[in-house]
Design a protein around this ligand. Structure first.
Ligand code: B12
Length: 522
């Protein structure tokens, strides 16, 4: 097999192609994250890689190891179970190759649940195809409020490095001032409705991080998308529409009183823009946030929202019984169910307890799933550190990436949520891993990524560390912005993370499924 031609580390103009997803319709879905599309496709066919699905020409033959036989038997049992309980036999148990979702059809019917939602599990994040409700990578819909404002917002930048630095330096003082200003505003309690002051302060803090990210990364489209999200989501949390221009006015005043005149003038442009276009940021008219309305949910999601941990575990077992069960469970069932939970929270249809219960159940499911595979440290495997970005609390995705890398033979150190940047760099110096995988959900934390990557690049001892980025934030930011962070690559799901890791570090080129199935223990 021809050796992979890896492009130089940065700036070869293929960042978009480095970003892999499990999506069969995505430009590159073959684990060859670093190659140009045409080359990657050809090689993928030659390797009988992920492009060759079962039953298709060029697909790898199904290796019937005892483990896989056990899995198949388990799937058959589920089909038989559904059959006996009077449900339709699961299609595909005969001649047709089994489809993703079949096992779930069986479980759902057995539970007397609707099956119309099942296809949700067979769709990949960001494919933009019918039924896909996750924003396609960098995608937005033409003619929406966002598109117009995003175009307009590009005229805001770039800001001078001095203005950006001063805004960052004064951020705590600005936050205090804005908080005080709004808290003493006579009508504040009517403006924040039932949300409470804590929510208002959270809004101020998150807003500050967003503006800081827009300024530092010079991405004003991100500012528009982020602010549109705030207006939509915080209204659903109880804020009144008219709070937003009031809050922007408080920021403008604080900027003008705390910053030097020339730099204040630059940053004021941002606040004037947000105030002048306030009516355009009306949550009602915001349609680009397609993620807020999943048309399909799925059995797992229904069970998760109902807090039915037993059913969640049952569905997960059914998914695990398939080939590539763990990656499918992670990327297509758990991640999508959690995105649906988030969409409901964002639109005010689910509260924070539903979200926390869902996190707890997903953690249990992951704990169960991990016992079915050999995830022990591979002493002689390549080393990886997997962590959230500093300040980032969304850790489930990072944990999934850590599990799949372990499954793929990596020797993983998992740090989880919110690592301290300086300590992370010290750990990298001690361990000298081949890979650092960083997970980010909130756009504000991209500044932390940029700082961290800067520290790594500036340290000769860390020359060999490749950095891959992933997480929900990739649905919000442009390729240009990701490129500007200095990372080596990335992917939109956990399977893509494994492929990108292999591609970046010259790892195993066998098809992912083949590599993963060799570590199935039950
Ligand atoms: C659960 C949750 C929380 C939990 C997290 C608990 C935990 N232990 O992780 C808690 C309650 C702490 C939380 C807090 C907040 N959250 Co929250 N949260 C979520 C929710 C519902 C699910 C996240 C999740 O676990 N998803 C499942 C994982 C598996 O998905 P994932 O991270 O995307 O990972 C997949 C891929 O991205 C990829 N991947 C992930 N990491 C990596 C890394 C690499 C290297 C690679 C290659 C790939 C990769 O593989 C994974 C598997 O496919 C999301 C909704 C959503 N759409 O994501 C909101 C969401 C992310 N949260 C949101 C917000 C606003 C917040 C809060 C500000 C407010 C709040 N009260 O909820 C705080 C901020 C916390 C902080 N500073 O980080 C918003 C962010 C919106 C935005 N545009 O900024 C979201 C999108 C909700 C929404 N729809 O509005 N949250």
């Amino acid at each position: 097999m021809a050796a992979l031609q890896l492009p130089a580390r940065a700036g070869e103009g293929i960042v978009g192609q480095r970003f892999t997803s499990g999506n069969p319709r995505a430009p590159v879905d073959d684990g060859l994250a670093m190659r140009p599309v045409r080359e990657a496709r050809t090689a993928s066919r030659a390797e009988g890689g992920a492009a060759g699905r079962r039953g298709e020409p060029g697909a790898p033959r199904h290796v019937r190891s005892p483990d896989i036989r056990a899995s198949l038997q388990k799937s058959c049992e589920i089909n038989m179970f559904a059959h006996k309980t009077g449900a339709q036999p699961v299609p595909g148990s005969g001649n047709r190759p089994r489809q993703r979702g079949d096992d779930l059809v069986a479980v759902a019917r057995n539970k007397g649940m609707s099956t119309t939602c099942i296809p949700a599990v067979s769709r990949h994040a960001g494919c933009g195809g019918p039924g896909c409700w996750v924003r396609p990578p960098g995608g937005r819909r033409e003619g929406t409020m966002n598109t117009n404002l995003e175009a307009l917002a590009t005229t805001l930048g770039p800001m001078s490095p001095r203005a950006v630095a001063e805004f960052e330096r004064r951020l705590d003082a600005l936050l205090l001032d804005v908080g005080r200003d709004l808290a003493t505003y006579p009508a504040i309690s009517s403006l924040i409705g039932h949300a409470g002051m804590a929510r208002l302060f959270e809004f101020n803090r998150e807003h500050a991080k967003l503006v800081r990210a827009a300024l530092r990364l010079s991405d004003f489209e991100l500012l528009v998308r982020g602010h549109a999200w705030f207006v939509r989501a915080y209204q659903a949390q109880g804020f009144w529409r008219s709070l937003f221009p009031e809050a922007m006015l408080a920021w403008l005043r604080a900027v003008q009183s705390h910053m030097d005149t020339p730099t204040a003038a630059e940053v004021s442009r941002v606040y004037r823009f947000l105030m002048e276009n306030d009516r355009e940021f009306n949550g009602e008219r915001e349609t680009a946030g397609a993620e807020s309305a999943p048309p399909t949910t799925g059995v797992f999601t229904e069970a998760l929202l109902a807090g039915d941990d037993a059913l969640c575990l049952e569905v997960a077992e059914a998914v695990l019984a398939r080939r590539e069960g763990l990656p499918v469970l992670y990327d297509e069932v758990l991640a999508k169910a959690m995105a649906a939970v988030g969409a409901l929270w964002e639109s005010g249809k689910a509260d924070s307890t539903t979200e926390r219960i869902a996190v707890g159940i997903v953690e249990r499911v992951m704990g169960m799933a991990a016992t079915r595979f050999d995830l022990h440290r591979v002493a002689d495997g390549p080393r990886a550190v997997v962590a959230c970005a500093p300040e980032e609390q969304h850790a489930l995705g990072a944990r999934m990436v850590a599990d799949l890398l372990r499954l793929d033979g990596w020797n993983v150190t998992y740090l989880g949520a919110s690592p301290v940047a300086g300590d992370l760099v010290k750990l990298l110096r001690r361990q000298r891993p081949a890979l650092l995988a960083l997970s980010v959900a909130m756009p504000g934390h991209l500044v932390e990524v940029k700082n961290l990557v800067g520290a790594i690049r500036g340290d000769p001892a860390l020359d060999g560390v490749r950095v891959v980025l992933g997480g929900a934030v990739l649905q919000l930011v442009s390729e240009r912005t990701v490129r500007g962070l200095g990372v080596d690559g990335g992917a939109r799901d956990a399977r893509g993370a494994v492929r990108a890791a292999a591609a970046l570090t010259g790892g195993d080129r066998r098809p992912l499924g083949e590599r993963l199935s060799s570590r199935h223990v039950s």
